[in-house]
Design a protein around this ligand. Structure first.
Ligand SMILES: Cc1cc2nc3c(=O)[nH]c(=O)nc-3n(C[C@H](O)[C@H](O)[C@H](O)COP(=O)(O)OP(=O)(O)OC[C@H]3O[C@@H](n4cnc5c(N)ncnc54)[C@H](O)[C@@H]3O)c2cc1C
Length: 392
């Protein structure tokens, strides 16, 4: 077996690295801010938008899209390479909701008008997205959501509350799933998927501060929010099928394996400098390094399937679960390695690694919840991958 990248892919990696060497925010590199910890930086949103536009100008955000949608028809490995390099350079700018989830779902389920209207904005890096799926009473049981969209003339009128909406405080557009039929049986047949302009009157976004003390997600309230009917994707009461394809993309939209590997390398460097490499520590480094490689190959398998026109399903769940749980392990190991100093707050005098250790550790608890929980991933793998019977 040969897992090597093609010469063209290697050349692209070099081109991206050269570009990031000049453009990636220097302070983020110095502080070694990890992708999932970017909200810890006060200028994060501005840096994210600045870099997104630069990546968009080069056509890199859509490099793997078909030419008909403004892409360059490259393999999904180009997207992976871009994200791996962004991770290595501690650089924001990839909107994993717009580019990673909404765009592929639109290409699969959107109308031609919707594609023409929304894909160029995502490719340019100028239009940011959020997704409102979870509600205070419904997360894993997404099929039971209650936010209601009532039909009225040429519009749907939305009322209710969503929660945990990442980036809603600066997103331009929103991928919303709402109930349009309260009597549907089973309930998932009563859901509709909408594209919603976040400037529409009646939307209120309130911050939720995460355990690490940073503002990344929000609660979102809808009060008589009017959505034109042309913004329905995939048909009224057929939103479940859009969400299912979206979740398959979501589970591989982030490269947690690369974040884990980069963080582990930097920890190794730090442990060498500070003489922390005991036999037990070396053992942990070696095991985690091996796990990074497993997670990487699981992710590459998904990209390979996509390059063959296959739609990965349990494979995405497997890759996401392994990568995110690995990243949790690396974050926990960092705290254990550094002992008491590892849990010092960012502004403490003797804090190691610019305070990233405590910050990443506290942020890491969400990894087994976001993008569908690890338990749900295991359910998907058991049922769809192994063919085991459904227990509930
Ligand atoms: C950092 C972060 C960012 C997020 N961003 C977004 C976002 O942008 N948009 C959005 O819509 N949501 C977002 N979420 C919400 C996320 O999708 C939900 O937290 C997740 O789907 C779980 O839902 P819940 O929190 O309601 O937990 P629940 O579904 O109530 O689950 C609680 C526990 O029970 C377990 N459980 C539930 N059902 C089963 C089952 N059938 N079998 C086995 N175990 C089960 C779960 O695994 C979990 O451990 C985000 C969450 C986090 C942590």
């Amino acid at each position: 077996m040969d897992f090597a990248f093609t010469p063209e892919e290697e050349a692209f990696r070099r081109e991206v690295a050269e570009f990031l060497e000049k453009e990636a925010p220097r302070e983020y590199r110095e502080k070694k801010v990890t992708y999932f910890d970017m909200a810890s930086q006060p200028d994060w949103i501005a840096q994210h938008r600045r870099m997104a536009e630069k990546l968009g100008e080069r056509g890199w955000l859509s490099i793997h899209w078909p030419k008909e949608y403004g892409g360059q028809d490259k393999s999904p490995f180009f997207r992976l390479i871009l994200r791996e390099e962004l991770t290595r350079y501690h650089c924001p700018g990839y909107d994993s909701i717009g580019c990673g989830i909404v765009a592929p779902a639109l290409m699969l389920k959107g109308s031609e008008e919707q594609k023409k209207r929304h894909l160029p904005g995502i490719a340019s890096g100028r239009v940011m997205w959020c997704e409102t799926l979870s509600e205070p009473n419904h997360g894993s049981d997404l099929a039971a959501i209650e936010v209601f969209a009532r039909e009225e003339g040429d519009y749907f009128i939305v009322n209710g509350q969503k929660i945990w909406t990442t980036n809603a405080h600066f997103a331009d557009w929103n991928a919303l799933i709402a109930r349009t039929d309260r009597n549907a049986n089973p309930p998932y047949r009563g859901l509709t998927f909408f594209l919603l302009d976040m400037k529409t009157p009646g939307i209120t976004v309130n911050p939720i501060i995460n355990m690490a003390g940073h503002h990344e997600f929000n609660e979102v309230f809808f009060e008589d929010v009017r959505i034109p009917k042309e913004n329905v994707v995939g048909g009224v009461n057929r939103g479940w099928y859009v969400v299912m394809s979206l979740l398959d993309y979501e589970r591989t939209s982030d490269v947690a394996y690369a974040v884990a590997a980069t963080y582990l390398e930097e920890l190794e460097e730090f442990a060498r400098e500070c003489d922390l490499l005991t036999a037990a520590a070396k053992d942990r480094f070696a095991r985690l390094r091996a796990e990074c490689q497993v997670a990487r190959l699981l992710h590459y398998r998904v990209a390979w399937m996509q390059s063959q026109g296959k739609v990965p399903n349990y494979e995405s769940a497997m890759s996401k679960m392994v990568s995110f749980e690995l990243l949790q392990k690396v974050c926990r190991f960092a705290v254990e390695l550094c002992g008491e100093s590892g849990v010092l707050a960012e502004d403490s005098l003797r804090v190691p690694m610019h305070g990233r250790i405590a910050s990443c550790y506290l942020r890491s608890f969400g990894f087994s919840l976001e993008q569908g929980t690890s338990e749900i991933d295991r359910d998907v793998i058991a049922q769809r991958g192994l063919g085991l019977p459904r227990l509930r």
